[in-house]
Design a protein around this ligand. Structure first.
Ligand code: CA
Ligand code: CA
Ligand code: CA
Ligand code: ZN
Length: 344
């Protein structure tokens, strides 16, 4: 199964320094991990500027203050973007060097490689911080292969055959938006939790919803941890990638705070995923990010590959009851009832 994003669907932290100028390469911090230049989730989200455009991948289309330097943790010391939770390959073009990771801009193919490494590592570190891989079972706690296709289409996907994520280029290069990166990583997490997950339309919709929700959750975690600005709605997914294929403002690939209910199902996984992702977003609103995400991820271990909304909702409610008791279970149930999920 390939789950598509883009136009169709589409640590012991060290310091972060917002760049004042483009000519300020910092390749390594004296005290710890090497530094990479990344977007603070994405440049639309961090600036609030809905008029940013791709401009054919030009470096000057995005101001220097949209970048930050952040620690690249868990590297294996090989000098490339290979580490405990991610390793990056590029089909064409030169592979990024860790020593240069603080110098790339968006016109460099290596920038997307650095973004992919940083955000996959960040996503797994977030899951680890929730207890997955220690107190709770690991959720894709392995080195995730990621491939950047320089000449590929404007499409990204996770392939369960190789358990590999591939990021396309075109429009805004997909790996310039952390929410696209983490969405795809969400599919990898699901597949690791339940091999082959997503064989029914409703299971596929849950997969798309989870990817969108994880993207929002990891972005919020990083914003908070590093003190990065967030100037767009928390419910908007892929504010930057979507500038190339949306005309209305704000630019969003999808939202996790929409009003769809079960009655709005159309039989397409990305569209119907917005029913489920809103429920996840409401659980977060009711219980807070940490408790909500521990319940949501832990419940997913119990989903059948072809689960229905009803069965998955009931499993999530039962997981909340078992982990946090009655009031948490009631909050989770209400979130699914508000979406009109039958039988909950
Ligand atoms: Ca680029
Ligand atoms: Ca794109
Ligand atoms: Ca966003
Ligand atoms: Zn997807």
């Amino acid at each position: 199964m390939a789950c598509r994003t883009s136009r169709v669907l589409l640590a012991a932290a060290t310091t972060i320094v917002a760049l004042a100028t483009l000519a300020a390469p910092v390749t390594a911090s004296a005290a710890g991990s090497p530094q990479g230049r990344v977007f603070m989730v994405n440049p639309v989200q961090s600036s609030g500027d809905q008029n940013l455009t791709d401009a054919k991948d030009s470096a000057t289309a995005v101001p220097a203050n949209a970048y930050a330097l952040a620690a690249l943790r868990n590297l294996d010391g090989s000098g490339g973007l290979s580490g405990k939770w991610a390793y990056i390959r590029s089909d064409t073009g030169t592979s990024a060097k860790v020593a240069d990771a603080g110098t790339y801009t968006r016109k460099d193919d290596q920038f997307e490689q650095v973004m992919a490494y940083f955000w996959v590592n960040e996503a797994q570190e977030y899951l680890q911080s929730l207890g997955f891989g220690s107190e709770l079972p690991g959720a894709n706690d392995r080195a995730q292969p990621v491939r950047i296709n320089q000449w590929g289409a404007d499409n990204s996907f996770f392939t369960d055959k190789k358990a590999e994520i591939r990021f396309g280029k075109g429009g805004v290069d997909d790996a310039e938006d952390a929410e696209v990166i983490v969405h795809e990583y969400g599919h990898a997490v699901h597949n690791a939790q339940v091999p082959g997950f997503g064989t029914s339309e409703e299971a596929g919709s849950i997969g798309e919803a989870w990817g969108d929700y994880l993207a929002v959750s990891v972005g919020a975690y990083a914003d908070s941890k590093y003190g990065w600005p967030r100037k767009t709605d928390p419910g908007c997914v892929a504010d930057w990638d979507s500038v190339s294929y949306t005309s209305s403002v704000p630019h969003c690939l999808r939202r996790v705070d929409g009003d769809k209910t079960y009655a709005d199902k159309v039989g397409e996984v990305h569209a119907d995923g917005e029913i489920w992702s809103r429920a996840l977003f409401d659980i977060r609103g009711a219980l807070g990010a940490r408790e909500a995400d521990r319940i949501i991820v832990n419940a997913q271990f119990g989903f059948a590959p072809d689960t229905s909304f009803q069965d998955a909702a009931l499993t999530t409610i039962a997981t909340a009851q078992q982990m946090y008791g009655r009031s948490a279970a009631d909050a989770v149930r209400k979130a699914f009832q508000d979406r009109g999920i039958p039988g909950v």
